[in-house]
Design a binder for this molecule. Structure first.
Ligand SMILES: Cc1cc2nc3c(=O)[nH]c(=O)nc-3n(C[C@H](O)[C@H](O)[C@H](O)COP(=O)(O)OP(=O)(O)OC[C@H]3O[C@@H](n4cnc5c(N)ncnc54)[C@H](O)[C@@H]3O)c2cc1C
Length: 472
């Protein structure tokens, strides 16, 4: 008997560990629910509920293949080596299969598991699945991890073009196993999402349809539309990618089929979408290449000298979407209500938080993680540190987004603001981005919690002091 250990790869198709396990003989599968650990990692109910829905769909798909999936309560990672070895001994498991996870705690957990399995004389096989090129295998000429995206991407494409493989199919149906799956952990079943997740699809079939629809209807216009939050111009596949219901390879493959088999064909829509998928992979490499970022440290360690402000009132206003900056508030309310936020607005909101409020990016990162249905350490940490100018290939500290200008540019008619900040609905397309004081009073909308110009000057002075540059 072989054991497939599912983690963030909740799918039956294009799953290298599952596919290879099934080649070896009969397979049973296990998934460990680690709510205590996930909470420590800042994951909120939206993400956990999405995992539960995805697991439930996976269990049904696996049942068709006669692969039983045990869902076991582990609480935290440290219980997994013992639980896994009990299962191995109980079911006479000869080999364990899983796909790599690159974050620090996850890697440590895997080392402990491997040690235990080796002591029991059980072979284990790990596969690279979240990345098409394994972290550590796309390096600079000096043999170092890239910390800038464009050269990473250039080298990645060159390498990938030579070794690209199409996605794997689902394994073949096996003979029925005599094994009853226990009930799922009660605490996991009782979880309630804080947002309305009714638009977030789970299950491979529905998500392949969503991917196909995006490729057929939207990818051509992606580059032109992706920055406008009122347009539904992006794929909304991030939750599926984070939980592994879809693989990066499946998304890449679908895009390549549309793009003449090329990573960069000159067609702006598919080229840009492929580039975003490579960003996802880039941040996974960063997590492994620069482990200090897993320990709440900035990638640019010198920026940990910055004395971020402690301002609970500002933090609360931002969290509740009551900063008095309409585009920021609309973004935060979208997050609270749907568990998802448009990429342009994640940048606007995170930059407002770190630059204009001068709050510690770690607090913002944590809040996003608590609410995002697609919460993913590498992408979230990467996005926050990019916005805070503390990370890899980060926005230079002096190139700040002005939220009002961003709003005028990317929500020109105020449609997005009107959806999420109904108090401002009656204002015209110009005023809605920055209502006057009297309008705010009549609309019952807050005054701005910071003055833009003063807050900009404050953060510039902070960074200049850090880098020993002259103040203006
Ligand atoms: C502050 C901040 C926090 C973020 N937190 C997360 C997070 O927790 N989880 C997450 O998946 N993404 C995160 N992102 C990246 C990005 O905003 C989302 O992936 C994207 O908005 C998801 O929508 P979509 O699926 O429609 O994306 P699409 O535009 O359709 O892109 C396709 C896929 O590419 C990947 N992708 C796109 N942009 C990025 C990017 N900048 N970095 C990494 N991967 C990317 C995602 O997997 C996405 O699903 C964050 C970005 C910022 C600025």
């Amino acid at each position: 008997m072989n054991l497939m250990w599912f983690r963030s790869d909740l799918r039956s198709r294009d799953n290298p560990a599952l596919f290879n396990a099934c080649k070896q003989g009969p397979v049973m599968a296990v998934y460990f629910v680690c709510m205590q650990q996930w909470q420590q990692h800042g994951h909120g109910a939206n993400k956990m509920v999405y995992l539960r829905e995805s697991l439930s769909a996976l269990q049904k798909n696996l049942a068709v293949l006669n692969i039983p999936l045990l869902v076991i309560d582990a609480g935290s990672f440290k219980k997994i080596p013992a639980l896994l070895s009990d299962i191995c001994q109980q079911h006479a498991i000869e080999q364990v299969f899983f796909n790599h996870e690159y974050e620090l705690n996850e890697s440590r957990r895997d080392q402990q598991v491997l040690k235990r399995l080796t002591q029991l004389g059980i072979n284990s096989h790990a596969f690279h699945d979240q990345c098409l090129i394994a972290p550590g295998e796309n390096l600079t000429q000096q043999g170092k991890y890239f910390s800038v995206f464009t050269p990473f991407k250039r080298a990645w494409i060159q390498k990938m073009a030579a070794q690209y493989q199409a996605p794997l199919s689902a394994p073949k149906k096996q003979a029925v196993l005599d094994l009853t799956c226990p009930a799922w952990p009660a605490k996991f079943m009782q979880l309630q999402a804080s947002a309305d997740l009714s638009d977030v699809k789970s299950g491979e079939r529905a998500l392949h349809q969503q991917l196909d629809d995006f490729i057929a209807q939207k990818i051509t216009g992606y580059q032109a539309e992706r920055d406008f939050p009122a347009l539904n111009g992006t794929s909304h596949l991030s939750a599926a990618l984070a939980a592994g219901v879809l693989s990066l390879r499946q998304c890449m493959h679908a895009a390549l089929l549309e793009n003449n088999g090329e990573f960069q064909s000159g067609r702006p829509g598919p080229d840009t979408w492929i580039s975003e998928l490579i960003w996802r992979e880039f941040y996974k490499h960063i997590v492994q290449g620069f482990p200090h970022i897993n320990r709440y440290q900035a990638f640019k360690t010198e920026t940990d000298q910055i004395r971020w402000l402690d301002n609970p009132a500002h933090l609360k206003a931002w969290q509740e979407g009551k900063t008095g900056y309409p585009i920021v508030d609309a973004a935060m309310r979208q997050l609270l209500h749907t568990g998802w936020m448009h990429n342009r607005l994640r940048m606007v909101s995170a930059m407002f938080f770190t630059k204009n409020l001068l709050l510690d990016w770690r607090q913002g990162e944590m809040f996003f993680m608590q609410h995002l249905v697609d919460g993913d350490f590498s992408a979230n940490n990467g996005g926050w540190q990019w916005s805070a100018s503390t990370g890899v290939d980060a926005a230079p500290y002096f190139r700040m987004f002005n939220p009002t200008a961003q709003s005028e540019k990317f929500d020109p008619n105020g449609d997005f603001i009107r959806t999420w900040v109904p108090e401002l609905r009656a204002l015209n397309n110009k005023e809605i981005h920055n209502p006057g004081s009297a309008q705010r009073k009549t609309c019952a909308y807050p005054q701005p919690i910071v003055d833009y110009a003063a807050s900009r000057a404050r953060v510039l002075a902070t960074f200049k002091a850090l880098y020993g540059e002259q103040h203006d």
